[in-house]
Ligand binder design. Structure first.
Ligand code: UDP
Ligand code: MG
Length: 181
C-alpha cells in the first residue's frame, strides 16, 4: 500500500528541473510546463543555459564511474540535439516527490506511460536514457543543484541564505582617440 502523505508531514521544498536538449529540440517545452503546472507549485526561476563541460560534469559528478558517463555529458551538453537546456526552479509543498511523480522513472521504458518520461523518452542505441527532463531527487541534491545552476538574484525569492560580498568589477568602455590636434 502506498504511504499516504499527511498534511503535517508536508514540507516546503525546492526542485531543479531541466528541460534537456531533446525536450527542446522536440518542441516539448509547452507540454512539459503544462504537465508540471498540474503540481500547483510556483516557478521561482527560469533561464536558458548553454551547458559547459564543467557544469555538466559537476551536475552529474555522482555518475562519473558509470560506463554511460561520457555519453551522458554529450547528451546534456546538446551534442545530439540543441546546445541548450531550460533550467527551472520549482518551489512549494512537497515539491520533490510531486515533480518526480509527473516526470516518471529514469528509464523511459519503465516509466509510467502517462508520465513525461514515459510519453516522450527513449533509449538510444548507445544505451543512454534520453528522458527529456531532469528533476532533483532529494532536498540535499536540490540545494546542491540549484546553487550550481542559479545565482541568488536569478530567483524570484530567497530560497537559501545569502551573504553579501564586495567584488571588484572590471567594466569595459570604448577607447577614446586622444590624438593631439
Ligand atoms: N542515465 C542513463 N542510463 C542509466 C542511468 C541514468 O542514461 O542507466 C541518464 C539518464 O538521462 C538520467 C541521468 O543519467 O536521467 C541521471 O541519472 P540518475 O540516476 O540521477 O536518474 P534521474 O535522477 O535523472 O532519474
Ligand atoms: Mg538524479
Amino acid at each position: 500500500m502506498e504511504h499516504e502523505i499527511s498534511k503535517r508531514e508536508m514540507k516546503t521544498q525546492q526542485s531543479l528541473v531541466l528541460i534537456k536538449p531533446d525536450g527542446l529540440l522536440k518542441s516539448l517545452t509547452g507540454n512539459i510546463l503544462t504537465e508540471l503546472s498540474d503540481t500547483k507549485l510556483i516557478i521561482a526561476g527560469a533561464k536558458i543555459v548553454e551547458v559547459t563541460k564543467e557544469l555538466a560534469e559537476e551536475h552529474y559528478h555522482h555518475l562519473m564511474e558509470e560506463k554511460f558517463f561520457d555519453e551522458l555529458i554529450k547528451y546534456i551538453m546538446g551534442e545530439y540535439h540543441v546546445k541548450r537546456v531550460l533550467a527551472l526552479v520549482y518551489h512549494g509543498e512537497d515539491a520533490i516527490s510531486k515533480i518526480r511523480k509527473v516526470v516518471g522513472a529514469t528509464n523511459p521504458e519503465k516509466a509510467e506511460p502517462t508520465s513525461i518520461r514515459g510519453k516522450y523518452g527513449r533509449i538510444t542505441s548507445k544505451g543512454v536514457f534520453e528522458n527529456v527532463v531532469h528533476a532533483s531527487e532529494n532536498e540535499k541534491e536540490a540545494e546542491r543543484e540549484i546553487k550550481l545552476w542559479f545565482k541568488p538574484e536569478e530567483l524570484a525569492h530567497t530560497i537559501y541564505p545569502t551573504e553579501e560580498m564586495e567584488v571588484k568589477k572590471v567594466e569595459y568602455f570604448w577607447k577614446t582617440d586622444k590624438k593631439k590636434k
